[in-house]
Design a protein around this ligand. Structure first.
Ligand SMILES: [Zn+2]
Ligand SMILES: [Zn+2]
Length: 286
C-alpha cells in the first residue's frame, strides 16, 4: 500500500540526505523538521556521518509534523585506500551490528583528528594537546572538533585553510574505515538498505567510473544516490542509466548541512516519482 501511495499524484518532494548537529551540520532535529516543512518536503531522512544520535528525535518530530520519514546514517568506508560514503536507510534501531560499526568509526575519526593535532604541534603550531582534548564548541556552528578548535585558537582561517594549508602538509595516514563488504553486511544485519552516496563525488570524476561502481555493486550496494548537488546533469544521467541497466534503487538528497558548507535543503528538487525506492518504500515511517 505504501509503495503504491508514493506513486503518481501522491508523489511528494523528497530529500533523503540531511545532516544535523549530531555530526557536522548546523541544525538540531527540530530545526531540520521545521525547515523540511517550510520547504514543502513530504519525505526526508537525516543521514549524519557515522552516528544515529538524532534519528529517534527526528522520527518523533516528523510524526508530530505529519511528514514521512526514513531512518538514515552515512557510514564511512574505505576501498583500496579511497573513502566511500555508504548511506544506510530504514534500519532497525534496536539491531546491534550497525551501532557497533558506527562506534568504531567514530573512534577511528577521533584518533585521526588527534593525530592531526599532534602533527601540527610537532610542526610548531602554538597549541597544546591538553587544550584540544578539553575543548568543546557550540554544535550549531557546524563543522568538526579540530576545525573549530584551530579556528578558535586563531591558527586556522576556515575550511579551505584547514585542508589546503594545515592538513595537506602533514603526513597523517587517513583513517582506515571498514571495507564496503563489511559495511553492507552490518547494514543488512540491522535490517537496513545500503545506498552509495554521491557516486560522482566519491569516484572523483564527471561520470562515475564504471569499474569501482561494478565492484561496489558486487559487494551488495543496493542503489545509487543519483540526485545530488555534487552531480552535474551528465553524472546524474549516467547514474540513472546505471541503475536502470543494473536494476538498482535510485535515491536523492541535498547533503544539506544547515548552511555550514552551502548546500541548500531540497536541492536538487526531486519528487518520489523521480526515485526508485523499491524495498525502501516499506521502510518509510509516518
Ligand atoms: Zn558524503
Ligand atoms: Zn552527507
Amino acid at each position: 500500500m505504501k509503495r503504491a501511495a508514493m506513486r503518481g499524484s501522491d508523489s511528494v518532494r523528497a530529500d533523503l540526505h540531511i545532516h544535523t548537529t549530531a555530526s557536522d551540520g548546523r541544525w538540531p532535529p527540530e530545526r531540520v523538521v521545521a525547515e523540511v516543512a517550510a520547504h514543502s518536503i513530504g519525505l526526508f531522512a537525516i543521514a549524519d556521518h557515522d552516528t544515529t544520535a538524532h534519528v529517534a528525535e527526528a522520527e518523533a518530530l516528523a510524526r508530530e509534523a505529519g511528514v514521512a520519514f526514513m531512518r538514515g546514517v552515512e557510514v564511512s568506508s574505505c576501498l583500496n585506500g579511497d573513502l566511500f560514503h555508504i548511506l544506510a536507510y530504514g534500519f532497525d534501531p534496536e539491531a546491534p551490528a550497525l551501532p557497533s560499526m558506527l562506534h568504531d568509526n567514530v573512534a577511528l575519526s577521533d584518533g585521526y583528528n588527534e593525530e592531526i593535532i599532534r602533527g601540527l604541534i610537532a610542526e610548531g603550531c602554538p597549541i597544546t594537546l591538553h587544550d584540544y582534548l578539553a575543548y568543546d564548541y557550540d554544535r550549531t556552528r557546524g563543522g568538526w572538533k579540530p576545525l573549530r578548535f584551530l579556528m578558535d585558537r586563531g591558527v586556522c582561517a576556515g575550511i579551505k585553510d584547514y585542508f589546503a594549508n594545515l592538513v595537506a602538509n602533514l603526513s597523517v595516514p587517513s583513517a582506515q574505515y571498514p571495507h564496503p563488504a563489511d559495511v553492507v553486511a552490518a547494514i543488512r544485519e540491522s535490517g537496513g538498505v545500503p545506498i552509495l552516496a554521491h557516486p560522482g563525488a566519491s569516484l572523483r570524476c564527471a561520470n562515475a567510473r564504471e569499474s569501482p561502481l561494478r565492484h561496489l555493486q558486487e559487494l551488495g550496494i543496493a542503489g545509487l544516490e543519483c540526485y545530488s548537488q555534487y552531480h552535474d546533469l551528465a553524472t546524474t544521467r549516467f547514474c540513472l542509466d546505471w541503475c536502470i541497466r543494473h536494476d538498482l534503487l535510485v535515491t536523492g538528497g541535498s547533503d544539506c548541512h544547515g548552511g555550514f558548507v552551502g548546500r541548500q535543503l531540497g536541492v536538487p528538487a526531486v519528487d518520489t516519482s523521480d526515485l526508485n525506492l523499491g524495498e525502501l518504500a516499506e521502510r518509510i515511517v509516518r
